[in-house]
Design a protein around this ligand. Structure first.
Ligand code: PBG
Length: 337
């Protein structure tokens, strides 16, 4: 007799959790923070409810709040006092990230990851040095070409300096996010040469040129002043290219492979998880956070439930760790307090 198949048998209370394939834990999560060297008090980020830019002397308190909720790792972004065409404030010893990281390391037990990029530090807002003749974002008589791209190899030198300065300040791990070709290898060499062979690199390996970064660019003041990032970040149309990008970072010594954004790119997370043995990170970006908040504010979605479902789905797709603005809230919810 051909009995009907009844998967519903295992969906009853009592058995559901025994057959659950995926678990989301606070220890999977990384919370991004924004430290602002120009601020004297905390400033709410309007497009990211619940998040603030905090002054340098408040960075420790901010991290303590996160740790208290059960999240053990933070990703530090900085807004510098000044910007110039090379992003000098990104690697100086008294830079915003360097100061914040020193304090966080001295006073908390958080695992500290730093974002290594130039876009918050350059006056033109791009993730690297511009090619010759295209430095001057203010020059309206000769506006920079929309076809402009960054000078890839000169930018590598700056990324090395930034990474070493972050490691010197005490960063446990660095996370280069600029999609500069060769960045992982260059940074690995620089870290090793300076005695930081134990500092891992989490590469933003498959980072797409995404409109979901909009709220972040307000938060970190890192929007390009002209043009866009399509000449260095990936085309959302491409999946095969993501595997190629990731394979290059693996060859260069990346320790963790990140896919970004997360929800619109779950297929990429699954593909990278299937093909590579390294841990896979996913960045649940600012726009993914903002859209749930906006819908919840209108009463159209339940915020906690959709946030949890989002992160659970990102794990199910194959991510080992998730960077998310929901980290604190979800960790708190998971703890049942
Ligand atoms: C910097 C950087 C960006 C994000 C993380 N690092 C912005 C960008 O590439 O434009 C986006 C994070 C988010 O949207 O949450 N290169």
């Amino acid at each position: 007799m051909n009995q009907p198949r009844r998967p519903r048998r295992l969906r009853a209370d009592g058995i559901r959790s025994l057959v659950s394939e995926t678990t989301l834990q606070a220890s999977d999560l990384v919370a991004p923070i924004f430290v602002d060297a120009t601020a004297t008090e905390r400033q709410p980020i309007s497009s990211m409810p619940g998040h603030e830019r905090v002054p340098v002397n408040d960075a420790v308190a901010r991290v303590e709040e996160i740790v208290e909720k059960g999240v053990e790792a933070v990703l530090v972004f900085g807004i510098p006092t000044e910007k110039d065409n090379q992003g000098t404030r990104a690697w100086v010893d008294d830079g915003v990230v360097q100061q914040a990281v020193r304090a966080i390391r001295a006073e908390t037990d958080a695992y500290v990851i730093t974002d290594v990029c130039l876009c918050e530090y350059t006056d033109h807002g791009h993730c690297g040095l511009l090619s010759d003749g295209e430095h001057d974002a203010e020059n309206t008589e000769h506006p920079a070409s929309p076809q402009l791209t960054i000078d890839n190899d000169k930018t590598l030198e700056l990324l090395k300096r930034i990474s070493v300065s972050h490691a010197e300040a005490g960063a446990h791990m660095v996370a280069p996010s600029g999609m500069v070709d060769g960045m992982v290898g260059a940074i690995r060499d620089a870290l090793d040469t300076n005695g930081f062979e134990n500092v891992p690199i989490m590469s933003y390996a498959a980072k797409y040129e995404s409109d979901f970064y909009g709220p972040f660019r307000d938060a970190a003041d890192g929007a390009p002043s002209f043009g866009d990032r399509r000449h260095y970040q990936m085309d959302p149309a491409n999946a095969r290219e993501a595997r190629y990008e990731v394979s290059l970072d693996v060859e260069q010594g990346a320790d963790i492979l990140m896919v970004k954004p997360a929800l619109p790119y779950l297929d990429i997370i699954a593909a990278i998880d299937a093909e590579f043995d390294h841990p896979v990170a996913a960045y649940n970006v600012s726009g993914e956070y903002a859209m749930l908040h906006a819908a919840a504010e209108k009463g159209w979605l339940d915020l906690d439930a959709t946030a949890y479902e989002s992160l659970l789905s990102i794990k199910r797709a194959g991510a080992d760790l998730i960077i998310s603005y929901f980290a604190e809230d979800i960790a708190h919810e998971l703890s049942g307090d």
